[in-house]
Design a protein around this ligand. Sequence first.
Ligand SMILES: [Zn+2]
Length: 139
Amino acid sequence: MVIAATLLDELIAHAREEYDDECCGIVAYASGEGGVGEPPATKVHRATNIHASRKRFEIDGLELLRTLEEFEQAGWELGAIYHSHTHTAPYPSQTDINFAANWPGLEWVIVGLADGEPEVRCYLIEDGEVREVDLQVRS
Ligand SMILES: [Zn+2]
């Protein structure tokens, strides 16, 4: 993911506000058409974790649909889904990996808050395999 520092701060602020429940949300990327390299994140949408749980997250289906419509109208693409891990390392759990199977091609951003200082990591999860990818922060 390529993201501006201010946008990343928004995402981390969300994770801190929901602590110690997991937060979740959706990141739009600018349209990649005609551009060079990976399109940057352009919007962080805070979603409601319908479980309000420190162990798992699920975005309300209707909210997800509405958000995707908004993105489409703005000319953005669904780029990443983020959530926080408040008591474990920022690495996809088996639940995350299973969930990711429904969303091929998306990036998965996890904010780890277990160690005090937030640690943000980005993954691609394909066919049950987890691969960490670059998180490029632009000032
Ligand atoms: Zn998780």
